[in-house]
Design a protein around this ligand. Structure first.
Ligand code: ADP
Ligand code: AMP
Length: 216
């Protein structure tokens, strides 16, 4: 299974990615997670990425494409992968097509998760992430059993630096300008499936898994 999760910040891509990779036994490649890992490690890449991320801007295409290209060439991507948060621009989508063409493989489906703007802001501002295992919660819509602690590993929950109201509005604007046009791009390729992301987490998961299992 070779697939992409497309959707604005807060649509539920990371939440659903956890379910899909478990169901289809494929690696989860989140460019946002790769940047956050590099920030934590204090690498040059992390420092450069952070300067864009904190402003709600996209990291330049050359940096992102090189990282994804390297990652897709690794052994565990031979039988499939889930891309989460990549591609985000027309340049990135074209670069990905080239990489896949050179690897002689093709995308099976692109899952486009749709959610209304007001709801996106509430979701992003209330998002909490486990510092240890990266599991995602929401203070209202998907709370952990013990406040501030992860149900899965007991790790401390925290808020991402870029999950502020000001930054999320910018990120949504950037999504509308740069990423939303990819919906047409993948519709033209015949791989796009649109899912209503406003339903419950479980219902959205069931609909995505069913769409990925369908032949056409
Ligand atoms: P993305 O990766 O697209 O930015 P996330 O998966 O991190 O989005 O989800 C954003 C926030 O919304 C998280 O706090 C998550 O718990 C919550 N969330 C995700 N899907 C749903 C849903 N279907 N209903 C309500 N809240 C959701
Ligand atoms: P995410 O974790 O997907 O919400 O991404 C967090 C931030 O990382 C984004 O707001 C961007 O600054 C940066 N980022 C992640 N993926 C990409 C990408 N494909 N292209 C450019 N910037 C990205």
């Amino acid at each position: 299974m070779r697939t992409i999760l497309l959707g604005p910040p807060g649509a539920g891509k990371g939440t659903q990615a956890a379910v899909i990779v478990n169901e289809f036994h494929i690696p989860h490649i989140s460019t946002g997670d790769i940047f956050r890992y590099n920030i934590k490690q204090g690498t040059d890449l992390g420092k450069e990425a952070k300067s864009y991320m904190d402003q709600g801007l996209l990291v330049p295409d050359e940096l992102v494409v090189a990282i994804v290209e390297d990652r897709l060439k690794q052994e565990d991507c031979k039988t499939g992968f889930l891309l989460d948060g990549f591609p985000r621009t027309a340049n990135q989508a074209e670069a990905l097509d080239n990489v896949l063409r050179n690897m002689k493989v093709a995308l099976d489906k692109v899952i486009n998760i749709e959610v209304d703007k007001e709801r996106l802001i509430k979701r992003v501002v209330g998002r909490r992430i486990c510092k240890e295992c990266g599991a995602t919660y929401h203070i209202e819509f998907n709370p952990s059993l013990k406040e501030e602690l992860c149900d899965k590993c007991g790790g401390q929950l925290h808020q991402r630096d870029d999950d502020t109201e000001a930054t999320v509005s910018k990120r949504i604007e950037v999504y509308l300008n740069e990423t939303q046009p990819l919906i047409e791009y993948y519709k033209d390729q015949g791989t796009l499936v649109t899912i209503d992301g406003e339903k419950s987490i479980d219902t959205v998961s069931q609909e995505i898994v069913a769409a990925l299992r369908r032949e056409s």
